[in-house]
Design a protein around this ligand. Structure first.
Ligand code: NZQ
Ligand code: ZN
Length: 385
């Protein structure tokens, strides 16, 4: 196992009815800005619950944060924070609203052009307005990590930043808020969580038993409960297990002391930036072909994955690896997330554009060995047509 330091700064309140806890978490007298997306929280009653919990506080609202949140929208919210002397922000929504709020919180106190936050990957962020979240979509892990992915719509740049100043102070995880998710978002969320786990697990062995077995438990939960959430959207236990699995998949814990891949995410981000596919959709397309392309380098962990997740214990090793990749693809399809570029009306003409974006972003050495070059990405995407 490699050396590691581990920190997490987010208080979690998990379970039905926990939205009330935000009262205790937000300092008395705060001027609170509620940030949200396209309005799902109005339809499913979550916004009403939030207002009930915030009685007595001075509140403001900023809605309209897009999926794959836009820099252009978020800077307007940062202006509102300054104008109204907001002292606490409450993000209510999925990963996009929480990521967007991380950016708003940092940008409101940033002395220079806020795009610099993204260009420097968050390295220059020294402070942020405190914020918490009420999560309504199990997927990204943003509710308990210090990362955010932001899109500059004008240039189709989808990029990320990290800062310890943007851990949510608290996050409320009430699984009942996810009953109203459309099947497409439930599927995306399961695929996203699954890919977070495997990007930190299907690399090369470093004898990290806790991290490996923890990662495997998360994968088995997703395989078991993902399809059940599509069949029974209002099954509390299913939603609860998916929600906590998604959070644990990307709160830094399984990343400790192990190598990480992230090539699928880096390629997927460019596809979303350019063509607007959902985050989960890009991952379902790219992951199987990254594995296909790098199966020699990932051999030992792919075999471990085949054995422990898919119970493929007998026969030729190469055939077991192939079967494990195929089972993974089929699982994504079963979750309703298509796994070929053609399913999204994209063809090989996209390859040059994706590669150029990766180069423009200097993301030219991807994967756990930093050996996936733009030329390799072109080959990988050829496999995804
Ligand atoms: O905008 P509203 O009206 O709320 O609707 C949203 C949106 O249309 C809807 N939704 C959310 N909760 C709902 C609901 N609809 C009904 N009932 C509910 N309870 O779902 C749609 C998608 O929401 P979004 O927040 O975009 O989805 P997700 O949570 O998958 O977030 C995706 C974003 O997170 C980034 C992605 O790149 C993408 O921009 N990621 C963030 C990460 C992080 N911070 O660590 C890591 C991830 O790898 C990912 O990159
Ligand atoms: Zn992701």
């Amino acid at each position: 196992m490699n050396n590691f330091s581990y920190k997490n700064a987010t208080q979690i309140h998990f379970g039905q009815g926990q939205i009330d806890k935000i009262r205790e978490e937000i300092p008395a007298g705060s001027r609170v800005l509620i940030t949200y997306g396209g309005g799902s929280i109005k339809k499913n009653g979550v916004l009403d619950q939030v207002h009930a919990a915030l009685r007595g506080f001075t509140t403001f609202e900023f809605g309209g944060i897009e999926p794959n949140p836009h820099f252009e929208t978020l800077v307007k919210a940062a202006e509102l924070v300054k104008k109204e002397s907001i002292s606490f922000i409450l993000a209510v929504g999925g990963g996009s609203v929480i990521d967007g709020t991380k950016f708003i919180a940092a940008a409101a106190l940033y002395p220079n052009d806020p795009w610099e936050i993204i260009q420097t990957y968050g390295a220059k962020v020294t402070q942020a307005v405190p914020f918490g979240s009420v999560l309504t979509l199990a997927a990204t892990g943003s509710e308990m990590n210090n990362g955010a992915v932001i899109t500059r719509a004008a240039t189709q740049d989808k990029l990320f930043f990290f800062s310890d100043h943007v851990y949510p102070q608290f996050s409320v995880l009430d699984p009942a808020t996810t009953y109203s998710l459309p099947p497409r978002q439930t599927g995306n969320g399961v695929v996203d969580s699954f890919v977070h786990v495997v990007e930190q697990y299907v690399t090369y062995p470093v004898n990290a038993k806790v991290q490996d077995r923890f990662a495997e438990s998360l994968l088995l939960n997703l395989l078991e409960d993902g399809p059940k959430a599509l069949e029974n959207p209002s099954d509390y236990d299913v939603r609860a297990n998916l929600m906590w699995t998604a959070t644990m998949a990307l709160n830094g814990l399984i990343a400790t002391g192990v190598p990480a891949d992230w090539a699928t995410h880096m390629i997927g981000q460019e596809i979303t930036g350019l063509y607007g596919l959902d985050h989960g959709q890009t991952l379902a397309v790219v992951l199987p072909v990254v594995w296909q392309y790098k199966k020699a380098q990932k051999r030992e962990k792919l075999l471990q994955y085949a054995t422990r997740i898919w119970r493929l214990t007998e026969g030729d090793e190469d055939a077991r690896i192939e079967a494990a990749i195929e089972h993974t693809r089929q699982f994504f399809e079963r979750m309703g997330v298509k796994t070929r570029l053609r399913d999204y009306n994209l063809d090989k003409s996209i390859i040059t554009a994706v590669v150029q974006k990766l180069e423009a972003h200097s993301h030219v050495k991807l994967g756990e060995h930093a050996d996936i070059t733009p030329a390799d990405v072109a080959h990988i995407l050829e496999l995804a047509l």
